[in-house]
Design a protein around this ligand. Sequence first.
Ligand code: CA
Ligand code: CA
Ligand code: CA
Length: 140
Amino acid sequence: MKRLTLLALGFAVLATPALAQMRGQDPFADADVNRDGQITIAEYQASRAARFDRLDRDRDGIIRMQDFPRIAQRGDRGADLERMISAADRNRDGALTRQEMLASPPVAFAMADANDDGVLTAAERDSAKARLQQMRSARR
Ligand SMILES: [Ca+2]
Ligand SMILES: [Ca+2]
Ligand SMILES: [Ca+2]
């Protein structure tokens, strides 16, 4: 049951720009901060924060559609961005704060953590990558 839910969430997440950014690359590539080959949930959250900061170009701690006038006009990527914001925008004000982003469930991590121990091993990452690739080709 959980697996099915996570798979469904995976599809939703693939459609979001946080992950759209990562299409074609390892979603956890920059997450292994201490380079021990494993990614803890803390490391993953830190990498999500870093991703937020990259998107938050004017550094006000908030991401809005208006911050991306050019992306917003480009069909798919604009829709992706809008989905990411609305998925994590708890108070529904149309803006995504850093806190909202970090409070939203770490779906990609949960999907990859096959044994639910809060640590992604290299093997778990590899099989997650394979699954993501399958999903991507399924969407085409
Ligand atoms: Ca690590
Ligand atoms: Ca908000
Ligand atoms: Ca694990």
